[in-house]
Write a protein that binds this ligand. Structure first.
Ligand SMILES: [Cu+2]
Length: 183
């Protein structure tokens, strides 16, 4: 199962649990409560609340640790020494690339900037799933380091609304199997 489907499943499960909670509260509404029961319920609720807090804390730290390690963003102020480098400039409304043929299996560094306004530089794979993305900002150079494993035609879309023809800001490049040789 791919990551997006897993996240979707987790989200659906969460929504389902919340819906069940609502249904339970609705089913209990209107029933008279006894003073002793209220006291016991209050104490139980406090314990549940503390347990939930600890569980969420552990879950949050755990998920952050697992997903940010290894950190997905390469060092921005040091040379990356990748074998392939592609300079990317975003314009209203097109992408300017210094190379459109990239070799699979070899790290490639994208140096991304913009000539005018902020753009969102996003690479989509042959299966139309997002591979990697960063901001294209005037006056800044944002770096992406990526190693493509699948050959094919990759598309670049703009993910930051940048004016009238933002939707048409689509470009593409080829990822070649290792033996084909790139440029
Ligand atoms: Cu745009």
């Amino acid at each position: 199962m791919i990551l997006q489907d897993k996240i979707w499943l987790i989200a659906l499960t969460g929504m389902g649990l919340i819906a069940l909670g609502f249904l339970y509260v609705i089913s209990q509404a209107g029933k008279a409560a006894e003073a002793h029961e209220v006291q016991v319920a209050g104490r139980t609720f406090n314990w549940v609340r503390r347990g939930l807090f600890v569980a969420l804390l552990v879950l949050g730290v755990g998920v952050a640790w697992k997903t940010l390690w290894p950190f997905p963003i390469p060092p921005q102020h040091a040379p990356l020494q990748a074998a392939q480098v592609v300079d990317v400039v975003g314009h209203q409304w097109r992408w300017q690339l210094s190379a459109t043929r990239i070799q699979a299996g070899v790290p490639v560094e994208f140096r991304v900037t913009s000539a005018d306004v902020n753009h969102g530089f996003a690479i989509y794979g042959p299966d139309d799933r997002i591979v990697v993305q960063t901001q294209a900002m005037p006056g800044f150079e944002n770096k992406i380091l990526h190693t493509f494993s699948e050959p094919g035609t990759y598309r670049i879309l703009c993910l930051e609304y940048c004016g009238l023809a933002h939707h048409g800001m689509i470009s593409q490049f080829e990822v070649l199997a290792s033996q084909e040789g790139g440029s």
